[in-house]
Design a protein around this ligand. Structure first.
Ligand code: HEM
Length: 794
């Protein structure tokens, strides 16, 4: 029997008609409810709706001034939580349901703690939480009988396994991620209202993913390629993704060409070769017909494309963005990440060999550095400049094939990023993370860079396929820490359980919520537009070579040699001579010297220079920028996390091994004792040494430096081992630091290191160890490489 309703509420409910429903009793529901609850809810709803007799914001939707200062949406304080609830039954808690989320809390987001699963001490279960008694055998009709269809445990396990793979990213498929934080140095409020830059010392959590572009998910780390450098900032005003690369420019100027570029560089469609390599016909065919790529090609052919470590490469936002301050004033801005460890790279021969010795070279390096507490760190710098300054530049700042030289606009450090935590689970975090160039927060806005425009569209679009529906923003790694409230509903794999019945705006049945945020929200910078609707490019985009020349001319001799060698290698893999000629003819417009060297390396005549798109080349403001050389940023971390091999064999001078090992470890280097085999090695005196790596499983290319301690017997053994010879040869040819005992002279000679070579930088041959010799080794190791002694073959 329905209870009678209190007269006041009943009257109100009756007046508004809320006391009747289509499918339930017209009276107040009975059961466990408090008396009058249903009517009270109806009354509260009525009161709330009545508090909004019309939509007061309608007038504010019109006119330019209103567009710039949108009002906050109309809302009313609900008289009770019931008024906006879906059901009175929500008060009936179960262990599963828990409490309703507090107002303003994003139930599907927040800290990852919520979803970190830990099986410690737990029994195995099915996905429905039913304990599995036997995980070894399927259910059979008799021990030798047929397997039964009703074995739901087996079927669930296999079915889930069958669907474990998701599509890989269409580009940047191979990547590695880490968590960390960003710390703001000083308030940047004169430039931007972005909350992460609001106070000195403010910490914002980040997740970063580094990647290669062209290779598939399982491809090698050391391919010659651009590296992705994508940072997701979980700011208190929503997620900001700075989805950049380790090179500050791009191949193309307009998003219309991106699919063409990617089709050209990916494995050729008829035979799916080559994997993770640009050294093939279609790539060079395309780029040589796109002379705007010349600048980027210089970067891609430089050592930047084969970084020693993700921790030792710069990152760039590439496009010109806007900072917008609280007064609505905009400043153009370029983003740069500078690594504390300095910028260091591999050499090509080394990269090729590493791809066999350890295809996970960069991934392992990042993981191990973080595990060992050597947290990688970058400084975020901005180049901020006005539109008027930009107008005066000889190049267009909306052209992603151009940098703004540091000599024109200096870098301003604004904060630092530290990566201090490896993910728990590669798939859940690194694979499912979804960066998007469109994710900006108040204070950061776009410019009209036509490449950026395509990116603003592309990322979410592709992720709908890659992550299987439109709700991937709710995946724990993607969910912002900031609250999420909107009227988007449903779709595959929805996590949030939205309370209430209004999923539209404006509404009065949800108290007007979620209401628009007005000027507290993201207000797009009101850039004036006076233009024709056209498909075309601005005139300044037609200058293709000035900055390619700037880059090449700013490199050290060794870096220039490497660029020439890279063009030679790549083009030597091109089978169509006309394509080779076209590339060289393009290079002539950037550097006659480089073009001549490449032509010679390919055994071809120097072709005519490619006709320029622009009749009159503007004079560049800057013709040499030392900041563009990798050597400009050596870092200030000494030998921290550098990999050093100490070669050991029976008869080695044990004391020398340990002296060097301990001294290097104290300075943060990672020392491996590399023997002819792993395991026990008997030194000349003292206890056995446990070799933790072998010449076979850890060849020389994996180390930044090598020490060959004394002990004539050990030296003899190593000299007789072809792998030890190869180890030393590679260390020598790749310009690395070598310290050998005089006892190892025979080994050195067999490795091609002559008595004259011993005078070269980075090579130390000493009769004894001692602190002076060690100091020399450490200081040379801190220089990374000694390209002065490079031979053309490297
Ligand atoms: C119109 C030009 C571009 C388009 C259409 C485009 C599109 C894409 C797409 C579809 C993905 C895969 C995203 C995913 O599945 O999660 C991607 C990834 C990526 N793109 Fe772009 N891209 C463009 C230009 C650029 C540029 C200029 C940069 C550098 C500034 C860049 C940096 C990245 C990075 C770093 C990733 C990997 C993100 C991650 O680690 O998950 N892209 N891009």
């Amino acid at each position: 029997m329905a209870k009678s309703t209190p007269p006041g509420q009943a009257a109100q409910a009756a007046a508004t008609g809320f006391n009747s429903t289509d499918s339930g009793p017209a009276n107040d529901p009975a059961g466990g409810k408090k008396e009058g609850e249903g009517v009270a809810k109806a009354a509260a709803v009525g009161k709330m709706a009545a508090a909004m007799p019309h939509n007061p914001n309608k007038q504010a939707e019109h006119g330019r001034d209103k567009a710039l200062t949108p009002p906050e949406g109309a809302s009313v304080q609900p008289p009770s939580r019931d008024a906006t609830g879906s059901t009175l039954a929500e008060k009936n808690h179960t262990e599963k349901y828990g409490k309703p989320a507090a107002p303003g809390v994003n139930a599907a987001g927040g800290s990852l703690e919520r979803v970190r699963a830990d099986p410690e001490g737990q029994p195995l279960t099915t996905n429905q939480g039913v304990r599995v008694s036997d995980n070894q055998n399927s259910l059979k009709a008799g021990l030798r009988g047929a397997a039964l269809l009703k074995d739901f445990v087996l079927r669930e396990k296999i079915t889930h396994f069958d669907h474990e793979r998701i599509p890989e990213r269409v580009v940047h498929a191979r990547g590695s991620g880490a968590h960390g934080y960003f710390e703001c140095y000083e308030p940047l409020s004169s430039l931007t209202q972005a909350s992460l830059f609001a106070e000195a010392g403010k910490i914002t959590p980040v997740f970063v993913r580094f990647s290669t572009v062209a290779g598939e998910r399982g491809s090698k780390d050391t391919a010659r390629d651009v590296r992705g450098f994508a940072v997701k900032f979980y700011t208190d005003e929503g997620n900001w993704d700075l989805v950049g690369n380790n090179m500050p420019v791009f191949f193309i100027q307009d998003a219309m060409k991106f699919p063409d570029l990617v089709h050209a560089v990916k494995p050729e469609p008829h035979h799916a070769m080559p994997q993770a390599a640009s050294a093939h016909d279609t790539y060079w065919d395309f780029v040589s017909l796109m002379p705007e790529s010349t600048h980027m090609l210089m970067w891609q052919m430089s050592d930047r494309a084969i970084p020693r470590s993700f921790r030792m490469m710069q990152g760039f936002g590439v496009h010109t963005f806007r900072f917008v301050n609280a007064q609505g004033e905009s400043t153009f801005v370029k983003f740069h990440w500078n690594p504390k460890l300095g910028t260091h790279s591999l050499v090509w021969d080394e990269a090729v060999k590493i791809s066999g010795a350890d295809p996970d070279y960069n991934r392992r390096d990042l993981w191990e550095a973080i595990e060992s507490g050597a947290y990688p760190e970058w400084e975020l710098c901005v180049q901020a400049f006005t539109e008027e300054q930009a107008e005066a530049f000889s190049f267009d700042v909306l052209d992603a094939t151009k940098i703004v030289p540091e000599e024109l606009v200096p870098l301003q450090p604004v904060g630092r990023m530290v990566l201090n935590r490896n993910p728990d689970n590669f798939f859940a975090e690194t694979e499912q993370v979804a960066f998007c160039a469109a994710h900006v927060v108040p204070g950061i806005d776009f410019t009209n860079d036509p490449l950026l425009a395509g990116r603003i569209h592309s990322y979410v679009d592709t992720q709908i396929t890659r992550l299987g529906g439109p709700n991937f923003h709710e995946l724990p790694i993607n969910a912002p820490l900031a609250p999420v409230q909107n009227n988007q509903r449903d779709g595959m794999h929805r996590q949030a359980i939205h309370r209430g019945r209004s999923s539209y705006e404006p509404n009065s049945l949800g108290g007007g919520c979620p209401h628009q945020a007005g000027t507290q929200g993201f207000v797009s910078f009101p850039e004036p537009i006076h233009a024709d609707e056209v498909r075309g490019k601005p005139e300044k985009f037609a200058e293709h070579y000035n900055q390619a020349a700037l880059f090449y001319n700013s490199q050290t001799e060794a870096e220039q040699r490497h660029i020439a060698a890279a063009f030679r290698f790549e083009l030597s893999k091109v089978t169509v001579p006309a394509v080779r000629r076209r590339v060289v003819s393009m290079l002539r417009n950037a550097s006659e010297e480089l073009a001549a060297e490449v032509a010679q390396g390919l055994g071809m005549e120097l072709p005519e220079a490619m006709p320029r798109a622009l009749a009159k080349t503007p004079k560049p403001e800057v013709e040499v920028s030392p900041a563009l050389s990798l050597t400009a940023r050596q870092g200030d971390a000494g030998i921290q996390s550098r990999q050093v091999a100490v070669l050991v064999a029976d008869g080695v001078d044990g004391a020398a091994v340990w002296d060097a090992t301990h001294a290097l470890q104290e300075q943060g280097a990672v020392v491996r004792l590399v023997g002819p085999h792993i395991g026990a090695v008997t030194p000349r005196e003292g206890p056995a040494i446990d070799a933790d790596a072998s010449l076979e499983n850890h060849p020389g290319v994996l180390f930044d430096g090598v020490i060959v301690p004394g002990g004539p017997d050990a030296a003899k053994r190593l000299a007789a081992d072809p792998k030890a010879r190869e180890f030393l040869t590679d260390q020598f040819l790749h310009s690395k630091t070598i310290w050998a005992s005089r006892d190892a002279e025979a080994l050195l000679r067999q490795a091609g290191i002559t008595a004259q070579d011993e005078e070269l930088p980075g090579i130390f041959v000493t009769a004894k160890g001692g602190s002076k010799a060690l100091q020399n080794f450490v200081s040379a190791l801190g220089h990374h490489r000694h390209f002065e002694r490079e031979r053309p073959a490297a």
